[in-house]
Design a protein around this ligand. Structure first.
Ligand SMILES: Nc1ncnc2c1ncn2[C@@H]1O[C@H](COP(=O)(O)OP(=O)(O)OP(=O)(O)O)[C@@H](O)[C@H]1O
Length: 240
């Protein structure tokens, strides 16, 4: 087991609504197994992104716990230094949008986390080039700035950057939403080939094919609650 999520609740106090509360997650419990690919599905507003943001601690948890076993810590309550250390070394997160860095080339955007964790710059750039070409990014764009890229091109850079360090726990929030079917297939092939059993993935996907091609198990959310947790083979027919 890598994660034990216990009765996780996230409420948002809406100051603009006179302090009314919006519930993002309502008592969600789930165990995440070492090395598995857990897909998180559910209708819009069901709490998928909130779950990932609580795991990454972008959102402060209202109640409940998130036991991260490799470091023997509760991510919901541990101090910021511990979170920053884990983010730098073993927990990766990517949303569907690339955080652009002005005047940094696509290759360097992808290589940056590797260089920051100590890989020599040329090896990091080589891995970055490999990942970008596996995702079908046209060669001439490798040294260009992602600010001018199309949505799908940017998302390829984003996904490559998330995969590059092969984190122990990778949180993917709709990393392929802007990709065409052909590029989505490249993304599936790359994720399967590049991530070994030492990486556990919790990934939000709207696309059924992505879930079926990648997931071991599927967590179904609805109105912030856990509706189901099932092996992917039994997932067919469930509305995502
Ligand atoms: N920062 C926030 N402030 C206030 N409410 C929020 C915030 N983030 C999420 N929510 C609310 O929490 C609920 C769950 O949102 P969340 O983004 O987790 O859903 P989702 O399943 O990821 O949706 P989608 O598929 O549309 O991205 C929604 O009602 C949303 O309005």
């Amino acid at each position: 087991m890598i994660l034990t999520v216990d009765t996780l609740t996230k409420r948002f106090e809406m100051h603009v609504l006179d302090g009314a509360t919006v519930v993002g997650l309502d008592g969600v419990s789930v165990n995440v197994r070492d090395g598995e690919f857990l897909a998180v599905v559910g209708p819009s507003g069901s709490g998928k992104s909130s779950l990932l943001k609580c795991l990454y601690q972008t959102y402060e948890v209202s109640s409940g716990s998130i036991r991260y076993h490799p470091a023997d810590v509760d991510l919901a309550t541990c101090d910021d230094r511990t979170i920053m250390r884990l983010r730098g070394s073993e927990i990766g997160y990517t949303s569907q949008f690339l955080d652009e860095i002005p005047r940094v080339s696509a290759v360097d955007v992808v290589a940056r986390p590797l260089v920051e964790s100590g890989m020599p710059a040329e090896s990091a750039r080589e891995r970055a080039r490999d990942l970008l070409s596996e995702l079908g990014l046209p060669g001439p764009l490798f040294e260009a700035y992602p600010a001018t890229f199309s949505g799908g091109e940017r998302q390829r850079v984003n996904l490559a950057q998330a995969l590059a360090p092969r984190p122990r726990l990778l949180l993917l929030d709709e990393p392929t939403s802007a990709l065409d079917p052909e590029t989505r297939r490249l993304a599936v092939d790359l994720i399967r080939a590049d991530l070994g059993p030492e990486t556990t993935v919790v990934g939000v996907f709207h696309n059924h094919e992505m879930v079926e091609a990648l997931a071991d198990r599927v967590l179904v959310l609805g109105d912030g609650r856990r509706r189901d947790l099932l092996p992917v083979a039994e997932f067919e027919g469930v509305v995502a």
